[in-house]
Design a protein around this ligand. Structure first.
Ligand code: ADP
Length: 756
């Protein structure tokens, strides 16, 4: 390669080819002078020792006295020892071969300083007529400056490359034609491929698009504009990668100029703004959503700015509250002068100053819906929320709410109606809120109790309930409130006029909303004193009568049995009547004993004898007894209980006998009765099934009541209506349950459940 740092003539000589140098003999002095003054280092060395026989000014200028005729080169420049150059020159002498080298680094001592110099060398063997090689002429040219400058450029280029590679933004460079020269890893990531070096921008798989997604022609790529020195605006573009993904970027292309001001290439830098774009989009979406929400909300929303509460944002629902009145931009007090004397300004100021939100429920306002219109009664549910600025200081209030006028008026109306109904009831009635706070007592309550509004509101019914029942009443009331259930009980309430406690049947009933939440409690009491007393008198009479009849009946039975023995087989007819009389007396005794049981139950005196007994045997005895007395019916028993059962054998037998005799009694047209005994985990189940007349649904819950008999049956079926009542009490005493399933005309099944 031609060295542009050396004169062309040198290069030509160096190659020893082409034109032969020439000079005229008479110009020898001129030639000598030229050599002497040449800026190149020229010396002539003789013999294999390389003795200096000539050195031009350039050499002596640099090395001074050291470079003298008569010294060998090694003596003149001892620092070159080990650098290899002396050996090279000697080799030229020995081999008679020219040597040329470029930019050979050599370490010299100049003055007292070491110096690295880069020399272009040309060493030629020379001879004369006697010897072919007499010595070596050395021509050297100092190119240190160029080498150093070029190294510096290389170093800076390297730095530049390193810089590009290490930059955290995508970057590539191209030449004046737009061919890629260099790119960094960020560019690979952004473009989704390794750009092909030497290929034109735009020939890769990635494409550039406008921000709206339309493709951008390659000659309009910002880097191309930079190469054409056209004006570049730094605006958002999209880079679409081959895999379908894309990034939002702002390109910053920059043309590169040479020293003559000519564009030699460009560097293009992309700032990836994808994240910002996405965030911006999200923010826009959120803002749109909020705006939509705000504008279409079925609630009224407005913002009041600053201490003066200036209407800033007002949504359509809020505007509806005030018709066509102007709000936005006006101070609240100026827009709605009518609120000046209400509590609103104070409420707002408090929220503004304390930061504590205010929530108003069913608050009553008088709103003039339009300028000049009469204010209307309006009920609103709303909140005042403080709004904060970027410094976290309160700078306004957000008002949010909805109108509940219709609901409130409807509720008031329905409450009014309810009160009207309660007021007119001829019963003691009160209403309390869901938490039990007394809110209403009817006229009758005040009349009966003689209490004043204040005392009634404070203590409710407590002060008129009989002390013996109060504890029970309070306990039941608590469980009603806890479970939202209704309750019914017989209690005595004190009448004010005569201070007498009268029996009442009291109901506590919850009123629930459509979600099943209790909204109010209604308590009412109906006077049943007269019935209660009559019942008691009846009970007392029954009790006394049965007691009184028990002894004479036993005597009658004894006499009849004597008579039976006396008649024996003498008079068959008389014997038959006597036996019938005994059976009737027996039945009467059973009835009286049942009546006595009722009386005992009433007084809590029904005795029980608990023990372990054979349940199967007990059931079988009962079955036999009924079969003996009712020969027309067949009783089928299934199932059995293996282990002994703990309970009152006699009382349980009484229950089974009662159920079986009812089954027989109420099945005049059927003759089969089934009894099954089953052991389940934790309980014994006895079922008595008949195919008799059955029980209508309305009576099912009542047949266990004392003295209850189904209307119209008295003529056909004898009984007092106490058998099932006693049975239920006996089963309850065993912590068991009794229930019935029945269908009129088809039959009934009674179930007894006993824990075991
Ligand atoms: P009673 O002495 O009237 O039979 P209970 O207390 O044993 O009294 O029965 C109460 C009422 O229940 C009866 O009057 C009858 O109407 C009805 N009842 C009881 N058992 C049956 C049954 N197996 N089939 C139809 N009705 C029944």
């Amino acid at each position: 390669m031609q060295n542009e740092l050396l004169p062309d003539s040198f290069n030509a000589t160096n190659k020893n080819e082409g034109v032969t140098p020439f000079f005229a003999l008479h110009d020898q002095q001129l030639l000598f002078n030229t050599l002497m003054q040449s800026p190149a280092f020229i010396c002539i060395l003789k013999g294999i020792e390389l003795n200096i026989i000539f050195g031009n000014y350039s050499i002596t200028k640099v090395f001074g006295e050291r470079f003298k005729e008569g010294k060998t080169i090694a003596e003149a420049l001892p620092e070159l020892e080990g650098e290899g150059i002396i050996e090279i020159i000697r080799n030229v002498f020995i081999s008679n071969q020219q040597f040329a080298a470029k930019e050979m680094p050599l370490h010299f001592i100049i003055g007292d300083e070491p110096k690295l110099a880069y020399l272009n060398f040309n060493c030629e063997p020379y001879g004369n007529e006697r010897v072919q090689v007499a010595g070596v002429s050395v021509f050297a040219y100092d190119v240190s400056e160029q080498v150093i400058a070029r190294n510096a450029i290389k170093a800076s280029e390297n730095k530049f490359r390193k810089l590009i590679y290490s930059l955290p933004t995508a970057l590539y460079t191209c030449d004046a034609e737009g061919k890629i020269i260099l790119y960094n890893t960020e560019a690979v990531k952004l473009l989704g491929e390794e750009p092909a070096i030497g290929k034109k921008v735009g020939s890769g798989t990635w494409k550039m698009c406008n921000a709206d997604g339309t493709p951008l022609p390659v000659n309009e790529y910002p880097v191309m504009l930079a190469l054409k020195e056209e004006k570049i605006t730094h605006h958002e573009l999209i880079i679409k990668r081959a895999d379908g993904t894309h990034s939002h970027v702002i390109p910053y292309p920059q043309a590169i100029y040479d020293s003559a001001g000519k564009v030699t290439g460009a560097i293009n830098n992309f700032v990836d703004i994808t994240e910002q774009v996405n965030t911006r989009r999200q923010l826009e979406q959120t803002a749109n959503m909020i705006r939509d929400l705000y504008m279409n909300a079925p609630a009224f929303i407005c913002t009041l700015k600053g201490r003066e509460f200036v209407y800033e944002l007002v949504n359509p629902e809020y505007q509806k509250l005030y018709g066509k009145r102007k709000l936005v931009g006006l101070k609240l007090m100026d827009a709605l002068p009518e609120i000046r004397n209400t509590e609103i300004p104070d409420l707002l100021t408090r929220v503004y100053e304390t930061g504590e939100p205010f929530v108003g429920t069913q608050m009553r306002f008088l709103l003039a819906r339009d300028e000049g219109k009469e204010p209307e009664e309006t009920y609103l549910n709303f909140s005042y929320q403080p709004m904060y600025n970027l410094e976290n200081e309160i700078d306004g209030i957000l008002v949010f709410g909805y109108e509940v006028t219709n609901q409130v008026l409807a509720k008031n109306k329905s409450e009014e109606n309810l009160r009207w109904v309660l007021e007119s009831l001829p019963q003691i009635t009160s209403a309390s809120s869901s938490d039990g706070t007394n809110i209403f007592f009817n006229k009758f309550f005040f009349e009966y109790s003689g209490l004043g509004v204040e005392e009634a509101t404070k203590n409710g019914w407590n002060s008129i309930v009989h002390p013996e029942e109060l504890e029970n009443v309070l306990r039941e009331w608590e469980s009603c409130k806890r479970e939202g259930k209704e309750y019914c009980m017989e209690i005595r309430l004190r009448r004010n006029v005569d201070r007498m406690y009268r029996w009442h049947i009291a109901h506590i009933t919850p009123m629930k909303d459509h979600n099943g939440m209790v909204t109010q409690w209604i308590a009412s009491a109906t006077d049943i004193h007269e019935q209660k007393i009559k019942e008691q008198q009846k009970d007392d009479f029954m009790s006394i009568a049965s007691h009184e009849m028990k002894t004479p009946l036993t005597t009658i039975k004894a006499y009849l049995q004597l008579l039976e023995m006396t008649i024996e087989s003498k008079d068959a007819e008389a014997l038959l009547y006597t036996r019938k009389a005994i059976a009737s007396v027996e039945r009467l005794k059973d009835l009286i004993s049942e009546l006595l049981d009722v009386s005992k139950i009433q007084h809590g005196q029904l005795n029980f004898n608990f023990s372990n007994f054979d349940f199967n045997e007990m059931v079988s005895t009962a079955v036999e007894e009924i079969e003996y007395n009712s020969p027309h019916h067949k009783i089928y028993k299934t199932g059995s209980i293996e282990q002994p059962v703990y309970g009152d054998r006699e009382r349980l037998r009484q229950v089974i006998v009662n159920l079986l005799s009812n089954a027989v009694k109420y099945s005049p047209d059927a003759n089969e009765v089934y009894i099954s005994v089953n052991q389940q985990p934790g309980e014994i189940i006895v079922a008595v099934k008949d195919s008799g007349i059955g029980i209508a649904a309305v009576n099912l819950s009542r047949i266990f009541e004392r003295y209850f008999r189904i209307d119209g049956q008295e003529l056909h079926f004898q009984g007092l209506g106490i058998g099932l009542y006693i049975s239920m009490k006996i089963i309850e005493r065993h912590r068991g349950k009794i229930r019935v399933e029945s269908e009129p005309g088809k039959g009934s099944t009674f179930y007894v459940y006993l824990p075991n």
